[in-house]
Design a protein around this ligand. Sequence first.
Ligand SMILES: NC(=O)c1ccc[n+]([C@@H]2O[C@H](COP(=O)([O-])OP(=O)(O)OC[C@H]3O[C@@H](n4cnc5c(N)ncnc54)[C@H](OP(=O)(O)O)[C@@H]3O)[C@@H](O)[C@H]2O)c1
Length: 391
Amino acid sequence: MWAYGVDKEKLKEIQSVRLEDRIPSLGIKKLDVPIPTLKPDEVLIKPKYSALNFNSLWSSVGYPVTPFQLISGHVSRNPADKDHLLDYAIFGSDCSGTIVNVGTNVQNWSINDEVVVHCNVINSLDPIIENDSMKSATQSIWGYETNFGAFAEYCKVKAGQLLPKPVSVDWPHAASYCLTHSTAYRMLISDNGANLKAGETCLIWGAAGGLGTFAIQLCKLAGVRCVAVVSSEEKAKICKELGADIVIDRSKSAFGPFRDNTGKQDKLAWAKGKKLLASLGVKNIDVVFEHVGAATLGASIYFLKKGGRVVICAASSGYDAEVDLRYLWMEVKTVIGSHFANYSEAQNASNLVAPGQVVPKIYGIYEISKLGQLMDEMFLGKTFGKIVFRH
Ligand SMILES: NC(=O)c1ccc[n+]([C@@H]2O[C@H](COP(=O)([O-])OP(=O)(O)OC[C@H]3O[C@@H](n4cnc5c(N)ncnc54)[C@H](OP(=O)(O)O)[C@@H]3O)[C@@H](O)[C@H]2O)c1
C-alpha cells in the first residue's frame, strides 16, 4: 500500500540538515509498505480523507525527538505493540473512513461502519481510564507516537479510538476536527481544563489556526467574550467571521514580541501589551488559551486578572519558557497543563459538530500527494484552520 511518513534513510538525510534550515517536506516521503496486520483489539480503516496536524510537522523535521524515538517510547509503555517497531513510521492523526477489517476481540464495530478516528491510544485494561484516560501511563497519540497513522491507503487503530461519523457531516469535514477540536474542548470547556463560565473573557493565541478556530467557536457557545490574536488581516477577518469579539493583529499593533533579541522576556513589551488590551476595553482576562509557549507564556500569565488561569497544550516557539513567578503567586493564578482529550471529551466535542454548532474552518481540500507542500505552508504560518487531504 502507499503511505506517507519517514524511513530510517530519510531520517538520516533530514538530520544532516541544520535544524534552522529544516522544512517538513524534506523529512517525508511516499512509502510502499505492507498493509498492517491486526491484533485482536485492532481495526483496519480505509481513510477517505485525512487532516494535517502540527505533530506531523514535528515528526518530519525530527524535532524535538524523532518518530522512531517516539514509537520506541510507546512500545516500552505498551510491549504488546512491538509490531510498531519498523524501519518506517507512517504519520497522520486524523481521518474519516470505513472499517475494512476487525480484530478477533472487537465488539460493537463491523466492516463497512463509517467512522472518525480519535487519536488517543491507550490500554483499555488500565483502570485509570474510567476516570481520565489522558492520565494513563500507556497513553500515546496515534500517528505521532505510534506507527500506522492516517496518511496511508489503510491505517490501523485500536477499536477504542473509533467514533461514529456524524451522518450530517460530510467526509472531508468529518476528517478535519477530531484532534484539534477535542483538544480545545478539554482545554476550555472540560473540568480537566479551564472550565470556562459564561461572562468570562478568554484570550486566544493563534486564533485562526487549527486549535484557535475551534477555541473561538467554543468560547462563543459558552457565552465567553473572546479576544483573538493573529498575525495578518486575512486571519483577523476569519476570526471576526467565527465570532471573535475583539481581534488583535500582532503584525500591526504594539502586541509583542514579548522577548527581546537575546530571548529574554521584554517586560516593557508586556506592559505595552496590557495597555493595548486596556485601550480595547479588555481589563480583565480570566483565561488565556496557550500553545505558543516560550514566546508568550510569561506575558500570558502577566495579562491575566487576579485568580485567572492559563491553559496550555503546547510550546510551538520553545518549551523552555521563562516566567516571572511573582505574577503567579502574588496574583493567585493557575497554569493548567492539558493534552488532547479523553473519549468522553472527544465525543462531547464531536456532538457539537454533528448539529452544526461548531463548524470546522477548512483551509482547503487537496490530493494527498500535496502533503509535503501543505506541511511547509503550515510550518511557515501561512495557513489557517484545517488542511484536509483526499485519499
Ligand atoms: N497537546 C495537544 O494535544 C495538542 C493538540 C493540538 C495541537 N497541539 C500543538 O499546538 C500547537 C498549535 O497547533 P495548531 O494546529 O493550532 O497550529 P497552527 O494551525 O499552525 O496555528 C498555530 C498558530 O500559533 C500562532 N503562533 C505561532 N508562533 C507564535 C508566536 N511566536 N507568537 C504568537 N503566536 C504564534 C500563529 O498564529 P498567528 O501567526 O496568526 O498569530 C500560528 O498560526 C502546535 O505546537 C501543536 O503541535 C497540541
